[in-house]
Design a protein around this ligand. Structure first.
Ligand code: SF4
Length: 214
């Protein structure tokens, strides 16, 4: 049985106690930097992204400068993160579009964001909720894993179904916070390979059948 709204609210309260500082761990100073940092973070840790973005943004601080960047130079800056070649191409291309279509301003609309190279639904959702304060509940690999293990969503739900189910069961005002809390739970406790179930507040109710409990 999936958890109802009250149970999920209770779980979020407990997660808030566990992770009182849960929030965005990517370092950024404006929506352009946020968009680039989130795009770079796919299949890479935020820590790794935070190491390269200060160098990238010092040299290419705006869409106008990044649009004119040399691909090899950007790739060299990003070389320590996963898929850096394609990511370099994407962020240069998306900067060109920001300049040509939006006068260098990141658009606050999902469809416009998702039309940019390398920007999918999750990235667009993060930019909307984090950068523009528009309520969204981005679902990444951590959020999806935790939501399924805890029985908040069906175990065979698609990523989009996870997002829509959570949005339906959580108050809109809490979507942003819920995203960070579930993400922190997945990143720091309910790890993909070695979840720390022994001292998890949820171990007696958890749906994950491979819990290491010894
Ligand atoms: S008991 Fe283990 S698998 Fe279940 S939520 Fe806690 S850490 Fe995750």
């Amino acid at each position: 049985m999936l958890k109802d709204k009250e149970e999920i609210s209770d779980i979020l309260t407990k997660l808030e106690r566990l992770f009182p500082t849960a929030g965005c761990e990517l370092i950024y100073h404006n929506t352009f930097e946020l968009l680039i940092a989130v795009s770079l973070s796919a299949q890479t840790t935020d820590k790794a992204v935070n190491k390269v973005t200060p160098i990238l943004f010092a040299k290419y601080p705006t869409p106008f400068t990044l649009a004119k960047a040399n691909h090899e130079d950007v790739a060299n800056i990003l070389a320590s993160i996963g898929m850096y070649k394609i990511k370099s191409k994407n962020i240069i291309s998306l900067s060109k579009i920001l300049v040509a279509k939006y006068n260098g301003i990141v658009p606050p609309y999902q469809s416009d964001l998702e039309a940019l190279p390398g920007v999918g639904r999750k990235t667009a959702n993060v930019v909307l909720t984090e950068g523009f304060g528009i309520p969204r509940l981005p679902v990444d690999t951590h959020v999806e894993r935790v939501a399924k293990r805890m029985g908040l969503v069906k175990s065979d739900a698609t990523t989009l179904e996870v997002e829509l189910t959570l949005m339906n069961k959580i108050e809109e005002a809490s979507w942003h916070k819920a995203h960070h809390l579930l993400l922190f739970m997945g990143r720091y406790k309910c790890l993909a390979k070695n979840p720390q179930c022994l001292d998890c507040f949820y171990k007696d109710k958890c749906k994950y059948d491979k819990k290491p409990l010894k």
